[in-house]
Design a protein around this ligand. Structure first.
Ligand code: FE2
Length: 273
């Protein structure tokens, strides 16, 4: 686990892109629900240029690789490594239920990549949590991870804090999805509620947009860079929305500007089944 500190970023405002759930695999062109996930991630990264600003960091909030293969992580490293070099940006990663944490850590621990840990950039502290559970699509924060969160929030003092994880800690209003959320969300929320410096919590996993305020903290998810899930559905269903990503501007006073951008073209069709 490595930790970045005191990177000044591109000025007072921290600019981030949440690029999540790309579900890459060893085989480029492979289908994930009919989408060529490699090309789809590439298309999303290309479209971020339309924002007209350079990101300081990318938040890759899990399910980076669908089949947990080393080749899948190499593909991610190649695409994001090139993108990060062009932007002089860092890439923060954490595992989702489809990831293989050990292979991911081995592949994504060197600059510009970071696996879990935390980072202090400008007036902000970002904390990256591991919710991975073997043989379970749901997630769990182990005691050691909950203690680390509590300690980092205590130490953060006057810094504003953004907490990132893969599994949703609040209900999404969707029966099937809420059965595979963060299993000990009550313990997580109890810690967040105790610390006045937390400004926002962001996650992946749900393949849809979410943005809500709870006890003064902004809770948000981003669409996936491949296929989306239909919101508020009791049973699993795909949405027709295209791939997307979230952008965030974190100001020195703790305020947040954010939005979701959707691809202007449909998701790249898979060529390999
Ligand atoms: Fe996912």
């Amino acid at each position: 686990m490595n930790t970045a500190t005191d990177n000044p970023g591109h000025g007072d405002t921290l600019r981030l892109l949440q690029v999540t759930d790309p579900h890459l695999s060893a085989n480029i062109g492979r289908a994930m629900r009919g989408v060529d996930t490699y090309r789809s991630l590439q298309d999303v990264l290309d479209q971020t240029a339309d924002l007209g600003w350079l990101p300081d960091a990318i938040l890759a909030t899990g399910d980076l690789v669908h089949d947990g293969t080393r080749q899948g992580y190499e593909h991610f490293r190649k695409l994001l490594g090139r993108f990060a070099a062009r932007n002089n940006a860092r890439v923060f990663t954490l595992p989702g239920n489809h990831d293989d944490p050990e292979t991911m850590r081995e592949t994504l621990s060197n600059d510009p990549f970071q696996y879990c840990g935390h980072a202090d950039l400008a007036a902000w502290r970002m904390i990256f949590l591991d919710t991975w559970l073997a043989v379970d699509a749901g997630g769990l924060l182990r005691d050691s991870e909950l203690e680390r969160l509590d300690d980092l929030l205590n130490e953060a003092g006057d810094k504003h804090v953004l907490v990132c994880l893969h599994h949703h800690p609040v209900d999404m209003g969707s029966r099937w999805l809420d059965s595979v959320g963060l299993r000990n969300a009550d313990r997580f929320l109890e810690i967040i509620d105790r610390h006045a410096n937390v400004r926002s919590v962001v996650w992946g996993h749900v393949h849809q947009e979410y943005d809500n305020i709870r006890n003064g903290v902004r809770y948000m998810s981003s669409p996936s860079t491949c296929a989306q899930f239909k919101p508020h559905n009791d049973d699993f269903a795909l949405d027709e929305l295209p791939p997307g990503f979230r952008w965030l501007e974190l100001a020195a006073d703790g305020s947040i500007s954010t939005g979701v951008e959707w691809m202007k073209v449909p998701a790249a069709k898979a060529t390999v089944r």
